[in-house]
Design a protein around this ligand. Sequence first.
Ligand code: ASP
Ligand code: MG
Length: 422
Amino acid sequence: MALIVHKYGGTSMGSTERIRNVAKRVAKWAHGGHQMVVVPSAMSGETNRLLALAGELTPATTTVEVLRELDMIAATGEQVSVGLLAIALMAEGLDAVSYTGWQVPIQTDSAYTKARIQNIDDKRVRADLAAGKVVIITGFQGIDEHGHVTTLGRGGSDTSAVAVAAAMKADECLIFTDVDGVYTTDPRIVPEARRLRSVSFEEMLEMASLGSKVLQIRSVEFAGKYRVPLRVLSSFTPWDIPIDEEAASGTLITYEEDEKMEQAIVSGIAFSRDEAKIAVLGVPDRPGIAYTVLGAVADANIDVDVIVQNVSHEGRTDFSFTVHRNDFSRAMDLLESKVVGAIGASGLVGDPKICKVSIVGIGMRSHAGVASKMFRTLSEEGINIQMITTSEIKTSVVIDEKYMELAVRALHKAFDLELPTT
Ligand code: ASP
Ligand code: MG
């Protein structure tokens, strides 16, 4: 008998018919002798609908008071799904009970709309499991030290599931979703993209932060910290496929470079369209300049990604960086009004039509020439690289948005990602 956590996304919970299917799948695992904890998302579209209602009443979502209320509203989506799923499980003849985040409780900090889980008390859940019940816990939410409801950021149910699995030392956490695993890249752009049977946690973390939308990045961080056995798999297979077959499907996140790992140098190509580039020109090259420019941006809560500072000429240099496209105008306004004049820079230019394309693979650690192959591939396609950034297991380039799909396809081919590795 194992303790298994299942997470079902909004699409899997999208109608009562689908919820019935989820219940049948969970019942199959319970009848297979496993203790089951299930963490569902809100029904698809529900969180958007709820937040849009709030948006009709207030355009300003910046005060803490408003953010608190947004969490109060958004958290109801998951409350509905857990109750529905509990009833559906009872209809399958199982004992089931549902809890919201505050009932468990799942303790978080007070960063409304993007709270972090701090602690999960599993006493109540364990008692129910011991009594033979399936326990259903809302994804996406918790409670802070003041007793206020919090949510974990969009897509946060992944994190709830992984955190529950970590707290309970579950034998496995299965993330059921509308794709059947993690792919070498987005199959909508490269039809030959291949499902990875396994991917290392480090690669998954890079892919999640570089634009792959399969798992919320915090859930991957959590999984890595507590080494939660994690698998991403499809909720669209027939609910009655054999448990063994289901347990071996999808993509397994692994923690060691062991024989389970596919031995590719590059495992995947990630991309993100949501980027914008800003360059502060003719910046006096003296201590404190990076801090002055980026400090102002950070104080406005704008995340900066790729940063490049050139060699200086006659005491002046250009300083470029990327931000999320949603933050572009705010960052430009801020720099124009507060920074450019103050530091004596000669100008400010920006381009919101760029994208970032990255190759990711732990094999890059031990193989030279991977980045240069990337650059050669892009040059053969006539694609100009505007910025480059690297880590041990990834190389990212910033390029013109209009070449994104071309770049992804060319790189996928150049690194033979359409071919099976083992
Ligand atoms: N319902 C939340 C959202 O739409 C959380 C989730 O689905 O993971 O973002
Ligand atoms: Mg999701």
